[in-house]
Design a protein around this ligand. Sequence first.
Ligand code: GLC
Length: 489
Amino acid sequence: MDVQEWEQRHKEAFSNVKETIPYLEGMFVAYNSNIDFIKHLTEEDLSRLIGVFKETEIIERIETYPREIKDPLDFMARLLMSMREGKAAEIPTHNSDIHEWLKEHLGFDYAGMGGQAGIISNLLSSLELKKVVAYIPWLSQEQAEYFVDTDNLFHPTVENGKVFLKHPREAFKSNIGSKVNWILEYSNNLKVSCDGRDFNVPRDNRLIISSRPKWLRLDVDKEVYEQLDSIFPIDGAILSGYQMIKEEYEDGSTYKNYVASSVQVIEKLKSLNPELRIHVELTSIQNRVIRKAILTEIVAKHVHSLGLDTVEVANALNVLGHEELSYSVIMKQEYGIASLYQGAVQLLKDLSLERVHVHSLGFYICILVKGHPLTLKEHRDSLLFSSILAAAKAIRGNIGNFMEAEIGLDVPISSDGIEDLENFKLYCVGRKLCSLEESEYGYLYGPDHDAVIIPTKVFDKPKATVGIGDTISAGAFAAMLAKLKQKRS
Ligand code: GLC
């Protein structure tokens, strides 16, 4: 595989996408935004934290696999579980006890915009889209301050029953609290020792403790729903935050109500512009009932595009009844990447999607329905563009404009990614998914789908890992949609 060739392709993709972005009229981005308290863990932090507990108790708690943080021991157990595998996870907590505990026992380095919709709105506004309309059901004044100060960013606000679009800093709701999450970032090779079990962290990643205050509701205000046409013209919507839906609420409502109203919003958006494309960005969803409902009732049949990472592919396959495939995706054995590819194809089919974009460290795979109006080269440009954004985000923490995004071009392509793709090439050629020549381009032709696979740029000392996945998915989706618009114009 010619690395220089891929570097050149990155460069060309960047200028191609930069030219096409102005074709987009607007993007709608909902639902989740929160404030992230970000803390990079050092070895000292960690041994101090472990020292608060009896080490045998931590190990015992790990064995119970807590899916929710009810006390500090649950937190400690999930942190070590995440670090041992180097796998990101997001664990909910339903009261503020752990927040206070972490403030007292750990503290944080800095606070930043969090939540997929918050991160994506800021990114797209900085990339000079004509219009980005964010919608956060729980937009507090404090939260609004974390949105970038650009004049292409809007949020609906209701005045005398009528909906207006204003900057989020002028559209917040008063008398509402803020949602704060804790992001515990850890680095590759960090040494961990607990109860005589020692390990080295295998890669940079993070654990997220996600607060779920009682007032958190994933819905759209009645007036905004009724006057949804006021956010148009828009060409696409990026939706996320469905993981916030609970099985049951104190007022007797259940997840079914929230799933149904989410679908109504999607259908109304599509009816207002039949060419509109909808992308859902998945994340770690601990509750299996909710995970399944999101996939089978919101994503399937209503949505066009899905973005997710390797662990999320495995988790999605698991609740859709593909346990064996899920297991081989997670185990990453010899055929790890082949399983990941098969898993992504399975998701495209099971969920009737047009596009599934999987981001993995060192490469991305994008599975496409046959007959998609863009060429594989055009899809590849979108992915390459997002690889540059990911590198820039890793270097800078935030991308303020195209010039800052361009810095990502200086980051080299991951040699691990190249190696993974080299191995995968044999599988693809052997199964006649492509010829040897086509594999050099990253194009695959399956019986019922096409695919693009690219090696990506990876910056080895990321400022933080949080939000990189959102940046990748949103950047590629926006680039893809801009190209579609350009072709139709
Ligand atoms: C989830 C988390 C949020 C984080 C984001 C990054 O939305 O809740 O804290 O900023 O993921 O992807």
